[in-house]
Write a protein that binds this ligand. Structure first.
Ligand SMILES: Cc1cc2nc3c(=O)[nH]c(=O)nc-3n(C[C@H](O)[C@H](O)[C@H](O)COP(=O)(O)OP(=O)(O)OC[C@H]3O[C@@H](n4cnc5c(N)ncnc54)[C@H](O)[C@@H]3O)c2cc1C
Length: 404
């Protein structure tokens, strides 16, 4: 069950660590204070080739698979939560549209057509440095997977006309393309009629509106998108018609990709605590607090919780694949729940253990605490919904009911 990262995975994580330490961490407080998008960090990610992390090597990218993405993302999360979370939306659009979709059932004609469309999206990222956002939330039950998306797409001469609204769209105003999940506007449409289209930021009828002044993850700039009669050509499809529904059911780990950011935040809170108690945190007097038994016990508890979180994370990313068995599906929900809840709890323990001076705004811990609060709210696998599905799926086999 041990997880041994490959040499390539270690190399990519080290690249993310270097950027994080040298560039992202020093800028994080400013983006947080201003609730502004980390444009400089994206310029650095672009220069390092990391915008193309999940673009296959055959298309000029770094060819990262699911597990590699998760490891890189966790490292980014240690240095700037908002950068890591928004990077998830971009990088995983490539992962979803690329290797995950390739695993799913399509006719030969659909597969050939999808290959052409994938190539277009990959080229934009590799050659033009384009950024993709992933807005699916609408403020209705659709993002929880309980109803069709309310944003509608109607067929119109060689393309689609979109109407609707997306809330909490991270990278709003910063992305070049927005991967909009919407429902084909047909009679009796269901979740099976979901389509996934990349809308260019400069499309007619597309606007970014509303304020963004949240508790945490302030640099994500997750504002509202309004689509009014927005036309996109067929080549905007990020997945063939009907395939998103298949992906959500057959590649369920696709929704775990938000969690590594929060594992990185948990690690950062632990690292801060150790440094602070040793009197080594930059910007604080070199006062040691490590000799008190209560501090030692608190750090031990944090260490145990952190190791437990890493353990389930590493196990789950190693077993992510198309059509996982029931045990792996349940473990995925347990992992998401564990990471999101433990991240916030470790930040809480960090502040409690380090004490009052540690939560001053001049230090990163209070930002980690606020950012970590957002993890268990992320649909479709909020902490509540993970428990809801875990309990039900553990007790019922597919298709079972208690009705007579
Ligand atoms: C920093 C940040 C960045 C984000 N970025 C993005 C993004 O880029 N793209 C995107 O699409 N979304 C994004 N989101 C949105 C996020 O995934 C959620 O959609 C959003 O927080 C939903 O808020 P809501 O109040 O409308 O949730 P609601 O749908 O009102 O749900 C509230 C809570 O009720 C519970 N709940 C919901 N439905 C059910 C149900 N059927 N049964 C039982 N319980 C249920 C859930 O636990 C949920 O947390 C972001 C959120 C944050 C905080």
């Amino acid at each position: 069950m041990g997880f041994a990262p490959t040499a390539r995975q270690r190399e990519l994580v080290e690249l993310a660590a270097r950027l994080g330490r040298e560039k992202f961490a020093p800028r994080a407080a400013r983006y947080d204070a201003e609730a502004s998008f980390p444009f400089e960090n994206y310029a650095d990610l672009r220069a390092a080739g990391l915008l193309a992390l999940c673009v296959p090597e055959a298309h000029g990218g770094l060819g990262a698979d699911f597990a590699t993405y998760c490891l890189v993302s966790a490292e980014l999360g240690r240095h700037c939560g908002a950068t890591a979370l928004t990077y998830n939306m971009h990088a995983c659009t490539m992962l979803w549209s690329g290797p995950m979709t390739d695993d799913l059932d399509m006719t030969n004609a659909e597969r050939a057509q999808h290959a052409e469309r994938q190539a277009l999206h990959f080229r934009r990222v590799v050659k033009d440095g384009a950024i993709y956002a992933q807005p699916f939330s609408e403020g209705n039950p659709s993002a929880a997977g309980r109803a069709p998306f309310g944003t509608l797409a109607r067929r119109s001469g060689g393309g689609w006309v979109l109407n609707g609204k997306k809330i909490f769209a991270s990278l709003a105003g910063a992305a070049h393309y927005y991967g909009i999940l919407c429902t084909e506007d047909v009679d009796g449409a269901s979740r099976k009629d979901t389509i996934y289209l990349a809308v260019p930021a400069d499309a007619d009828g597309f606007t970014v509106t509303g304020p963004w002044d949240p508790l945490g993850m302030r640099g994500t700039v997750s504002r509202t998108l309004v689509l009014k009669d927005v036309f996109v050509a067929d080549q905007a499809e990020l997945m063939p018609r009907g395939v998103y529904y298949q992906a959500a059911n057959r590649w369920p780990h696709m929704f775990l990709t938000l969690a590594p950011t929060y594992l990185g935040i948990a690690q950062a809170a632990y690292d801060f605590t150790v440094g602070y108690l040793r009197g080594e945190v930059e910007g604080t007097p070199p006062v040691k607090r490590r000799m008190y038994p209560t501090k030692q016990i608190a750090v031990a508890e944090m260490h145990v919780k952190l190791e437990q979180t890493w353990a389930i994370f590493l196990r789950v990313i190693a077993e992510a694949r198309v059509d996982p068995d029931k045990a792996a599906r349940l473990r995925l929900l347990a992992a998401q729940y564990t990471i999101m809840e433990n991240a916030n709890d470790l930040c809480r323990l960090a502040i409690r253990t380090c004490g009052g001076q540690s939560m001053l705004r001049s230090l990163p811990l209070e930002r980690l605490y606020r950012d970590s609060r957002c993890g268990s709210l992320m649909l479709p696998l909020t902490a509540e919904l993970c428990l809801d599905r875990l309990g039900r799926d553990a007790l019922y086999e597919s298709g079972e009911s208690d009705e007579a």
